[in-house]
Design a protein around this ligand. Structure first.
Ligand code: CP3
Length: 364
């Protein structure tokens, strides 16, 4: 089985060879717009239901229990690195973990997503949402330390949810198609909205700081649902808070990736919020994404996750195109990824082949 033959390099091995440290890995170099020997590749949701070894570990363990158990976080995070040979690990957790850590009563329901027992819609509701401190999440720091020890030269990407996406779950009480209560609060009580997002920015900033201080080499801020906003609303009601997360970790010196879905209109604003790398989904080409952000930011993306179900030759042609686009003039750095997360029914063997093809086609 590929997951057993591809061992993760141990730190001991990497210190005796010429393999670069995680801080000088292809992922970090591409994020910093520095030259690389091949295009780095990882996949959002690379750890998860597409992997039989993940389903095995999670069989009797609820999602949020797994997220708070360092040995399980470590094992699950390493699974796709061993199996696919991706250029980065993404920390196995969830955007709602820090909310749970400060006492929000929530669950992650399989096939649905996060469900909040008592949604936050009033000033009194906000008053019962405390700030996050490192003491709330000792297990997160412990998981990161364990992982960094196991990963050797492979960088770990830490992450957090952006204030808007977190606020949407808290205000709606769960996943939402239209975000109607969230937008009603944003426009109906802008002060309460702003105070809620400021609190969430503090929580996300601290969650990211804990991960980086424990050894993560890069971070990604997920504003998955920001694409539901107009540019004017994003700039007025959301960007200042995302900026406070991204700028608030600037002193840590790790690359910051800023990602959302359907954000073609928002890319310049999301880049200016303090990112080093801008996530581009499959609706916008990488070259357009780079042009819209003034050619100053590395880009990450942007294979449509549904194309992983297409016949191999069609998929391979698209992968080669994306690699070529990512190397074109005007694109200062490229990290290959999907436009959104791996779908649960994806054949993991196809993901492994995509990694091999990205490496082979981009080798220089
Ligand atoms: O591999 C990775 O990308 C790292 C782990 C990760 C998870 N969630 C694990 C997870 C990451 C980075 C997230 C972030 C996250 N969580 C986001 C932002 C990314 C995105 O997809 O846009 C969002 C919106 C959430 C909220 C959330 N949690 C959703 C929508 C779901 C899916 C619900 C479902 O069952 O379809 C979850 C649960 C979740 N988070 C799973 C995983 C692997 C599935 C839970 C399971 O395996 O039972």
């Amino acid at each position: 089985m590929p997951c057993e033959t591809r061992a993760v390099t141990s730190p001991a091995a990497s210190s005796t060879d010429l393999t670069p440290s995680p801080a000088d890995s292809v992922l970090v170099r591409a994020a910093r717009k520095q030259p690389v020997g091949h295009t780095p590749v990882w996949f959002m949701r690379q750890a998860g239901r597409s992997l039989p070894e993940y389903r095995e570990v999670r069989r009797d363990v609820p999602m949020l229990t797994a997220c708070r158990t360092p040995e399980l976080v470590t094992e699950i995070t390493l699974q796709p690195v061993r199996r696919h040979g991706v250029d980065a690990a993404i920390f196995f957790s969830d955007i709602v973990v820090p909310l749970m850590a400060v006492g929000v009563d929530l669950d992650i329901v399989a096939g649905t997503g996060p469900v909040i027992a008592e949604p936050i819609r009033t000033r009194a509701d906000l008053d019962r949402l405390p700030e996050l401190t490192a003491e709330h999440v000792p297990d997160i720091a412990e998981s990161v330390r364990l992982l960094v020890g196991e990963l050797g030269h492979t960088p770990l990407i830490g992450f957090a949810g952006a204030p808007f996406t977190l606020a949407s779950y808290l205000v709606e009480g769960g996943p939402s198609k239209n975000h109607e209560r969230t937008k009603a609060l944003m426009h109906g009580d802008p002060q309460l909205w702003s105070d809620l997002c400021a609190r969430l920015a503090q929580i996300s900033r601290t969650f990211l700081r804990v991960q980086v201080e424990a050894g993560a080499s890069a971070v990604q801020l997920f504003d998955s649902w920001a694409g539901h906003l107009s540019r004017a609303d994003y700039l007025r009601h959301v960007e200042p808070h995302s900026r406070s997360v991204l700028e608030g970790i600037g002193d840590l010196g790790v690359p910051r990736i800023h990602f959302g879905v359907g954000t073609g209109e928002l890319l310049p604003a999301m880049a200016q919020a303090g990112a080093d790398v801008i996530g581009v989904d499959y609706r916008v080409s990488l070259s357009d994404g780079a042009a819209r952000t003034g050619g100053r930011y590395a880009v990450q993306g942007n294979l449509d996750p549904a194309l992983l179900f297409a016949p191999w030759e069609a998929l391979a042609a698209r992968v080669r195109e994306i690699v070529d686009e990512g190397r074109a003039a005007g694109v200062p750095g490229h990290i290959f990824n999907l436009g959104h997360g791996v779908l649960p029914d994806t054949d993991p063997a196809v993901l492994t082949r995509v990694v091999e093809l990205v490496h082979e086609h981009s080798a220089r």
